[in-house]
Design a protein around this ligand. Structure first.
Ligand code: ADP
Ligand code: MG
Length: 256
């Protein structure tokens, strides 16, 4: 059965989508069977995996509303060697439409149950909000991966996310854990980055992943080609870091 992870942080632009797409591709390189779930109406993970978000036959939206199942909606990321449950802006409507539905926090969990034997990892790219969509991600997951930049405001907002995760753990999903904080877009030449990074290790101990993702232009360029950075330039520092992070995750799930 797949281990399911949300990549979440309610801030935008902190590297959630880059992390989800490249971890998926990194795990695929390590022969793991991966499904990426795009839970963001922006559809950036869908495009970054090489799937055209315009004109999807079915998407996360239909799956959440129960009008399509995952097996019918998923597509293959050819460059990434993983499956994708794609999304586009239609998904924004689900937020409102789900209010009427039973079991509305568990729509995604229930839908994924039908395919979880086919994968080792299911990775969920969350939108930048603590919304009903994100809540569905948290209810479906065994753990949360929190990407963060090592900058002055990094910790601001983290407590809201941690409190939400605690509430979900207490009331809706006792399996849910914070797996770890992932330092991304790291610039080792900046003293401030080094300081914040050291502070994170002090405060959060082994909840901070050992792998650090550097700021690397190849990772930023790759989406415009519809290819994960890991595939686009496998020898780049960014790609190598995400492959190393994949290996760290494979080790972690053996202990779960
Ligand atoms: P989010 O999904 O949290 O909004 P993204 O993954 O889309 O964040 O990243 C925001 C921007 O930063 C994007 O333009 C992305 O290409 C860039 N980016 C993310 N990680 C890196 C990195 N390690 N090095 C360079 N650019 C990065
Ligand atoms: Mg994103």
């Amino acid at each position: 059965m797949a281990k399911i992870f949300c990549v979440a942080n309610q801030k935008g632009g902190v590297g959630k989508t880059t992390t989800t797409v490249n971890l998926a591709a990194g795990l695929a390189k390590l022969d793991q069977r991966v499904l990426l779930v795009d839970l963001d109406p922006q559809g950036n993970a869908t495009m970054g995996a090489g799937i055209n978000k315009a004109g999807l036959k079915a998407s996360t939206y239909e799956v959440m509303l129960g009008t399509a199942d995952v097996a019918a909606a998923r597509q293959r990321s050819e460059p990434g060697h993983f499956d994708v449950l794609p999304s586009n802006r239609e998904l924004a409507g689900a937020e409102v439409e789900m209010v009427e539905l039973d079991n509305r926090e568990r729509r995604l969990k229930d839908a994924l149950a039908a395919v979880d034997k086919e994968y080792d990892f299911i990775l969920i790219d969350c939108p930048p909000a603590l919304s009903m969509l994100t809540l569905n991600g948290l209810c479906a997951a065994h753990g949360v991966i929190i990407p963060m930049q090592c900058e002055y405001y990094a910790l601001e907002g983290l407590s809201d996310l941690v409190n939400t995760i605690k509430k979900v753990h207490a009331n809706l999903n006792p399996d849910l854990k914070i797996i770890g904080l992932l330092r991304v877009m790291f610039d080792p030449r900046m003293t401030l980055s080094q300081q914040v990074s050291a502070q994170l290790e002090q405060h959060f101990g082994d909840k901070v992943f050992k792998t650090i993702i550097p700021r690397n232009v190849r990772l930023a360029e790759a989406p415009s080609y519809g290819v994960p950075g890991v595939t686009f330039d496998p020898t780049s520092k960014g790609a190598q870091a995400y492959i190393a992070f994949g290996a760290e995750m494979v080790k972690r799930i053996k202990k779960m």
